[in-house]
Design a protein around this ligand. Sequence first.
Ligand code: ZN
Length: 139
Amino acid sequence: MRDFSDLYAEIIMDHQKHPRNFGTLPIFDKEVQMTNSSCGDQISLQVKFEDGKIKDIKFMGIGCAISMASASVMTEIVKGMDVKEAKKISGEFIEMVTNGKEPADDLKDARAFSGVNKYPMRVKCATLAWHAIQKALSD
Ligand code: ZN
């Protein structure tokens, strides 16, 4: 029987190999670029809003497996969400990875990153995309 950590590793690997929502949008309302200098990860995020919701979202980037998989999972989760809800969930993710907080159920596949808390060097990799979406939603 597989344990949770195997399942989580599989989710991360799958998103790294087959990133969701990778690319650029023809029309977008917000673009955010962020880098994690401690690892060299770079992400560019484009967001299209409609009726207070994230209508579409895509990312481009280069970086380590954790940063790219985390960006892929993030876009999958927030796509179609209310802006308010997306702000809440990105805060939950950052709390979980940074402070080792118990993962909330609505984080779905993103719970796979809960173990990253044990590797301080990787925390910035896992949270990069989530800080980017928070910035895109903030102003
Ligand atoms: Zn990294």
